[in-house]
Design a protein around this ligand. Sequence first.
Ligand code: NAP
Length: 298
Amino acid sequence: MTAIIMDGKALAQKLEAELALRVKAIKEKSSGRSPILATILVGDDPASATYVRMKGNACNRVGMESQRIVLPQNTTTDELLSEIDKLNANPAVQGILLQHPVPSQIDERRCFDRINLEKDVDGVTVLGFGKMAMGEPAYGSATPAGIMRLLAHYKIAVAGKHAVVVGRSPILGKPIALMLLNSHATVTICHSKTQGLKEIISIADIVVGAVGKPEFIKGAWIKEGAVVVDAGYHPGGVGDIELSAVINKCSAYTPVPGGVGPMTIATLIAQTVEAAEKSSFSQDHSHRPSLDPSLHSG
Ligand code: NAP
């Protein structure tokens, strides 16, 4: 079986080219002012610093500005809340990204939830999650929303399929499960207490690896013809799924790297552009809130 390679890098580049035109149009309507994505990095985790830099670079590529806020490792919850308050109140800022994870002394959930819904372009608030789950307008969490874009682009049938999501984190496992459900998949969510994981995965039409452990999901567990989505990325260029053992028998898969990762960033930028189009900043009120496109796929 020749599997479809769901090339997130290529799709992200295509999306960025479209976004650059939309940013240009926004600037024309707002006397040349650029939409701004504010990024908040707390502490000195090198991986987080790299992710924030990559997001800033993506802003530049589409002609948009990013405002970088870097806070020290010993930042308190109140200090972070006050930074978020300032960004919420700043009409020049259309999107706010708080890089996860923050240092352990900070109440991350409280800080995420302080972000105004209309600026929650990374889809991290409880309100945004709830609205997404109910099929109401909200920006989806960027990684799962990026996965849904990828599935839709490659015309992967989701409705009626059995999707097995391994992982239940607030930013990935839970939202992707709800997005697949909204696209009419039958969804099973697995986690560290799940019993019979191998058997559950073996009957999946779509497998989503969101475990955070290198090649934890073995190729042998996955049935012939399944669609394989690997959100993981680990040193050595492997994901959460043993892809080398599955690419010859699955019907489609996301490569690692170059699958889910680039789509996360492109989706964040797309949602920031959408927020700028909806805000009074762009002077254009023709854009009404729309459902995340992922909700219509399948
Ligand atoms: P996380 O918060 O650590 O969550 C991991 C999940 O895996 C948890 O729900 C955990 O279950 C579950 N799990 C752990 N051991 C398990 C086991 N033995 N069997 C079944 N489930 C198990 O991780 P995350 O933030 O969701 O990230 C998951 C992966 O996606 C990581 O590889 C990460 O690097 C990647 N990721 C990629 C992007 C991107 O942009 N490409 C973005 C975010 C994450 P419990 O809930 O029971 O503990």
